[in-house]
Design a protein around this ligand. Structure first.
Ligand code: 13P
Ligand code: SF4
Length: 304
């Protein structure tokens, strides 16, 4: 059954000159049929340069919105229109403008896990993969960092010379991974390294051997001589970690590491989306142009 759906999806991708992009947290079967899987940064870059006419974005709404901002001449499909990101909803443009008005002249660095409108009210975007590089690229000593307090505070430890004004947003999935759960896994597996995403709470990153973006985890685990890893990010990451390094063992740090939104998209949803060429994600042109400025400034910075 699922093989048949996969064949139909592949055929429709060709018919529509479409590309299937999938975030590293998607269900295994969705990652399996994707043309490209990656972290938010890699997928934004791909969306900005693809020659396809249609982008099928298997991820959450802000990611598809970024694709629509960067590729206005393409049709961007988000197979599940209800796949959102609670963190992205934790700051509104009005709230951001209020904060800005209290700190005139201070640049706003916005994590891509945010709405197009919030990006439009920002100076530059960042992802978890390039946040430190973006912050270092700013000449100002003070900056406003929205919406992820955990990513912001983690980055701040590397740049003590900068003063941060944090927004108190967070990822509910990563915050459900408690320090006690990680400590227990470490006690059960003393020979394993602990890696986690910077969206994790500070008392969890404090226990980590390595903190990085989702794609950073693939590189780290592939090249590390270690054979066992406790993984502190959404469970979807395990699919490719195990594929990349079949001789290594990967243990999820907490059973709470499931993002309900990232798990919504099924093969059936993708097929229906390609059959109906919907739901389409669009961004009003005035917002798109300003949000694109923030994304373009980020993309212009060379990767580490
Ligand atoms: P990455 O930027 O590492 O892909 O993470 C995105 C995300 O939503 C993490 O929760
Ligand atoms: Fe948003 Fe967290 Fe889900 Fe990522 S894992 S999409 S930050 S809720």
């Amino acid at each position: 059954m699922s093989d048949d759906i996969k064949k139909q999806i592949r055929a429709l991708l060709i018919t529509h000159n479409a590309v299937l992009l999938a975030h590293n947290y998607m269900r295994d079967e969705v990652q399996e049929i994707a043309d490209i899987t990656g972290d938010s940064l890699a997928l934004s870059i791909e969306a900005s340069k693809t020659a396809a006419d249609v982008i099928v974005f298997c991820g959450v709404h802000f990611m598809a919105e970024s694709a629509a901002i960067l590729s206005p001449d393409k049709k961007v499909l988000l197979p599940r229109a209800d796949a959102g990101c609670p963190m992205a909803d934790m700051v509104t443009p009005k709230e951001l403008e209020e904060l800005r008005s209290r700190h005139p002249g201070v640049p706003v660095v916005t994590y891509v896990n945010s709405s197009a409108e919030v990006k439009a009210h920002s100076d530059i975007c960042c992802t978890s993969a390039n946040a430190l590089t973006v912050v270092r690229s700013l000449k100002e000593e003070e900056l406003i960092f929205v919406p992820d307090r955990n990513l912001g505070r983690w980055i701040a430890t590397f740049v003590p010379e900068k003063k941060f004004i944090f927004w108190e947003g967070f990822c509910p999935t990563h915050e459900r991974m408690t320090q006690a759960a990680v400590a227990q896994k470490k006690a059960e597996h003393p020979d394993a390294l602990f890696i986690c995403h910077p969206e994790s709470a500070p008392n969890v990153t404090a226990l980590a051997d390595y903190v990085c973006s989702t794609s950073g985890m693939y590189d780290y685990c592939r090249t590390s001589p270690a054979k066992k890893f406790i993984v502190g990010t959404e469970a979807g990451i395990l699919y490719k970690l195990r594929l990349d390094s079949p001789d290594k063992e990967f243990i999820l740090a907490s059973p709470a590491l499931f993002c309900p939104n990232m798990k919504l998209t099924s093969l059936e949803d993708i097929l229906l989306s390609l059959q109906t060429l919907s739901p389409v994600v669009t961004v009003p042109e005035d917002i798109r142009l300003r949000a694109k400025g923030s994304l373009d400034r980020m993309l212009a910075i060379p990767r580490d």
